[in-house]
Design a protein around this ligand. Structure first.
Ligand SMILES: [Zn+2]
Length: 409
């Protein structure tokens, strides 16, 4: 890698110092503060740090932290990789990630959906991985069509390889202006945000996994890669069983996206798959925590599509604890709870906790799902018989549980 200009070197070094101080004073893991300091001193720092590296940007409503981890794990086969492993997915987090691995020839950056156009522009990344777009908390990014339109403009005419999920019509629409697209049939569990054609507003007809607009020419492209239950089918038609440790169909979708991305860099499936299989948990997700013989598996769900994915992973034979907060990062408005079909939980012992447990309780009651209220997570866990229990929590509720039980990776 060529040398950074002097001013950028100073900004980058001071940013790292700030990150270290932040960690030492217990103000966080330092991945954002360091980047912020660096950007104040040198606004062009991200562009300079990105120069001469091969970068992948990963964006989606759900699964971007996990997919970033999977791609990173496979690219490590080629050399050092800079990455924002802890989900600090805005430019300050990107600066911090690249500063901390200055000589890494590769970078895999998770990018907040709204920042993707800017970050693509600034970094000149060579590969984009676009997975899904669905409604997030009601008071954030309600207009996902506008977001898709911004992505569409951002990739138009750019010399970037796009790897996109063609089972998501909005993502397909966003990606289809790019010159080079590898289409991956990675599935779409949540369809409530894609009944209409993003091109003309007409109805989308669906038959099995295929979809097409009834009123214009917009339709699902022919996929290069296909996820067939637990098998990835590569562009040559070869079938690869996805023997990975991360649970659920959503993670198999993340894995097939990762395989498509790393093949662009020259990592073949047979080399990539064992690396994907090494990933056991991502920033605490899917980790099991234990107290007094209760083994609780932690699942994060931040929006309606995320809850469906989490239900898919849980074991119907086990009790389940649901924890919902409504702090800033969660969205203050909990009306999104009404978009989730909770009836799947009928017949399981359900425990409800978190700051907004009463909102969730009302929702469950309306869906005819019996439940018990618990004062906090510790109390909910203590109410379980010894053995395994599933936990689904939204963002700050999840972080609270992780802090309480140690930041296990
Ligand atoms: Zn149409």
């Amino acid at each position: 890698m060529s040398q950074l200009p002097f001013r950028a070197q100073v900004a980058s070094a001071l940013g790292r110092t700030a990150a270290t101080l932040s960690r030492m004073t217990g103000r966080g893991d330092g991945s954002v503060i360091g980047g912020r300091v660096g950007l104040v001193l040198e606004p062009d720092l991200l562009r300079k740090l990105a120069q001469d590296r091969k970068l992948v940007l990963v964006s989606a409503t759900n699964g971007k932290t996990t997919t970033t981890r999977l791609i990173t794990s496979a690219l490590l086969e080629l050399g050092e990789v800079a990455t924002n492993a802890f989900g600090a997915n805005m430019p300050a987090g990107h600066v911090s990630a690249l500063s901390q691995a200055k000589r890494a020839p590769y970078g895999v950056l998770e990018v907040d959906e709204k920042y993707l156009p800017d970050v693509l522009d600034t970094t000149g990344a060579s590969v984009l991985c676009l997975m899904n777009l669905s409604r997030d908390q009601m008071d954030r990014a309600a207009e996902i069509w506008l977001l898709a339109q911004k992505w569409r403009r951002a990739v138009a005419g750019k010399p970037v390889h796009v790897v996109a999920n063609c089972d998501d019509p909005l993502v397909t629409w966003a990606a289809s202006t790019a010159g080079q697209v590898i289409w991956v049939a990675a599935g779409q569990r949540w369809k409530e945000d894609s009944w209409c054609c993003p091109e003309c507003g007409g109805p989308l007809d669906r038959k099995d996994s295929d979809w097409a607009c009834r009123e214009c020419t917009f339709r699902r492209p022919q996929p290069h890669w296909v996820l067939d239950h637990d098998v990835a089918i590569d562009p040559r038609g070869q079938r690869w069983p996805l023997d990975i440790q991360l649970p659920g169909q959503a993670n198999r979708a993340n894995a097939v996206m990762a395989l498509a991305v790393v093949e662009i860099f020259g990592v073949p499936v047979q080399r990539a798959l064992p690396k994907l299989a090494e990933v056991r948990s991502v920033a605490g997700r899917y980790t099991t925590v234990e107290r007094d013989g209760r083994h609780a598996r932690l699942l994060l769900a931040k929006n309606p599509a995320g809850w469906l994915e989490a239900f898919d992973v849980t074991d119907p034979a086990l009790p389940i604890i649901l924890a919902v907060n409504a702090q800033g990062p969660d969205g203050r408005d909990t009306s999104w709870l009404w978009d989730v079909d909770y009836r799947i939980l009928r017949g399981r012992p359900v425990f409800v906790t978190g700051e907004r447990k009463l909102d969730l309780a009302l929702r469950l009651d309306t869906a005819g799902v019996p439940f018990q209220l618990a004062g906090d997570f510790t109390e909910a866990l203590a109410a379980q018989p010894p053995g395994r229990v599933d936990v689904i929590a939204n963002y700050t509720a999840f972080q609270h549980i992780r802090t309480e039980f140690g930041r296990a990776e």
